[in-house]
Design a protein around this ligand. Structure first.
Ligand code: NAP
Length: 341
């Protein structure tokens, strides 16, 4: 076991776009787990836009990361010492870790560390397609939007870790027309050539609304909203009567504060009898395994395209944090810290 515990600590609450200067590198000695705790060696960190909310003063839907604390992250690690009967040395686990080589984790919280079963797919899939993004997409599509084969579905941030899987899930469920929104022609090409979407629209192009209207002549039956802001207003105008909207995220806000301005076109909810519902994966914690099994089956059947961007090296942890907002490549962004032993 290494002697040093490398850490990235939150130095200050960022104003606007988060930067490397908002974090401080430190080397500490190894922590010791107490009764009920396990010591986990970090292997992979996943990047989620919501990490930006966790470092605001109020933290949003989770307690804020404190100044001087290691930055919170979803991650995969390996148990190196256990003082909890359910976890053994060598177990591979996933859950909330933090930006340090060694993390002492309590395992009785609302989202306890999950022991990863032996599987014939890459470990990193547990952070992306079989982790937060893929599972949120799964429950949002199947349980909230309840898509039907006759639906026209639109999904924003469609090259993201959540949106890309959401589109493929819709197609796996036989939906007639699935349209993705993304920034730029290259990403739009990826949506139809790599992911299984039927069409893509570049939301940065001047004819974005006209193009979307053209693709949805009878309106949009289901909208998967990852973006909020003006795009949500545009979609409210394009929704078909009795359409469904799932609010999954608000990328357009930059998440610099948990308070996001509401839509201006919300009277469409009334006049078209729209159903608008949020999603938070925590509410599905008892059903995660069923979601993982279905997603794994669809991947094996070639119905879901898995894309990951894996960067290697603990030193890069803060540099990657703003990328979800400033144009990352398609798929799940992951930092590799170490190999399992
Ligand atoms: N509710 C939940 O339980 C839950 C769970 C997971 C994720 N989420 C939410 O789902 C959303 C997507 O997460 P993710 O993990 O898929 O993201 P991701 O892989 O980090 O990708 C973020 C995507 O957002 C797009 N984007 C960034 N700024 C944008 C803007 N101003 N307008 C339109 N698109 C923008 C980017 O694509 P372009 O380059 O095309 O702009 C990028 O593909 C986030 O809002 C996240 O908070 C919610």
């Amino acid at each position: 076991m290494a002697e040093l515990n490398r850490q990235w600590l939150l130095r200050r609450r960022p104003e606007g776009v988060v930067g490397v200067e908002d974090f401080e590198y430190r080397e500490a000695s190894l922590p010791t787990p107490q009764d009920g705790e396990v010591l986990v060696r970090s292997l992979y960190f996943g990047y989620d836009a919501s990490q930006r909310i966790w470092i605001t003063e109020h933290g949003g839907y989770m307690p804020p990361v404190g100044i001087g604390e290691p930055m919170r992250t979803m991650g995969i690690g390996q148990v190196v010492a256990s003082r909890h009967p359910s976890y053994a040395e060598g177990d591979l686990v996933t859950g909330f870790l933090s930006w340090q080589d060694y993390v002492v984790a309590r395992v009785d919280g609302p989202m306890p560390l999950q022991i990863l079963p032996k599987a014939d797919y890459p470990l990193t899939w547990n952070l992306g397609v079989l982790g937060v993004g893929g599972l949120t997409a799964y429950f949002a599509v199947t349980d909230v939007l309840k898509v039907q084969p006759t639906d026209t579905v639109v999904i924003s941030a469609a090259t993201g870790a959540t949106g890309s899987i959401a589109g493929d899930i819709c197609k796996a469920m036989g939906v007639k027309r699935v349209i993705g929104l993304a920034g730029g022609p290259e990403k739009c090409r990826w949506i139809t050539e790599k992911a299984h979407y039927d069409a893509a629209v570049d939301y940065k192009s001047p004819d974005f609304v006209a193009r979307l209207r053209e693709l949805c002549p009878d309106g949009v039956d289901a909208y998967f909203d990852n973006v909020g802001g003006d795009m949500l207003d545009t979609l409210f105008d394009l929704m078909a009567p009795r359409g469904r909207v799932v609010i999954c995220g608000a990328m357009s806000s930059g998440y610099t504060t948990p308070d996001v301005p509401g839509p201006k076109k919300y009277m469409n909810i009334c006049t078209k009898m729209l159903q608008v519902q949020g999603i938070l994966l925590f509410f599905y914690r008892d059903r995660l395994q069923a979601g993982i099994e279905t997603l794994a089956r669809w991947i094996a059947e070639g119905k879901i395209h898995v894309e990951e961007q894996i960067v290697e090296g603990f030193e890069h942890a803060p540099r990657l944090l703003p990328l979800p907002f400033s144009g990352k490549d398609p798929g799940k962004l992951i930092l590799k810290v170490a190999d399992p032993s």
